[in-house]
Ligand binder design. Sequence first.
Ligand SMILES: [Fe+2]
Length: 238
Amino acid sequence: MKIDFHSHFLPGIDDGAKTPAQSVEILQYLKRNGIERVCATPHFAKHGERVSSFLEHRAGAVRALNEYIDTNGIDRETLPHVTLGAEVHLYRNLSERERLKELCYEGCDRILLELPFRKFEGWELEEVYNIMYQLKVTPVMAHINRYTGFYSKSEFSDMFYNGDFILQLNCESANTFSGSSLIKKTLKSGYDLVFGCDIHSPEKVSESGLEKTEKILSKLSTDRLHELENFERSVLNR
Ligand SMILES: [Fe+2]
């Protein structure tokens, strides 16, 4: 794993890092643990925020972070590269929101979608397909490990293992037996898969599961590992 696809390290924009100093702590932790690129994915937006104002806030957070890094002479070699994105909360008719496509990961047509934390109601799948076909983007389904308790086996499989979406697992899954099994099963299944640490604060880095995820990945064959690393790079490259 060289790319973290899900992170809340940008300062003062959501429930993630509160200050640029916290952002740098998170970023340095990731770099020390082998992450070369991290995607900034602040939450967008359950409560009607416009895409334009979200993008302004995000740009402001990036400016504040860069100023802090420069003012304090922090060596950029100690930080991963950053790709901007958003964690877009799914609700009915989200596909009709103006300028939604601008929330894709920078430079490509992939968008990180977070499903509601509740029982599967059926409209979710339809809405994700609406987004996919109307915007011509590929959905990246955020932290699918968090829905095993809400969805039945068949709902889980219809929603995630349909072959049309990219699956994002949080490294935190590696902290539990059932989560590790899900990682291993998904790796084995051959579905398109990326990882994220979803870190919100420097106090929580040790719970991110990154090191345990690396341990699971280290047991893969060299070929499978290369395949995964090529895939994660390809996700941000078009
Ligand atoms: Fe998140």
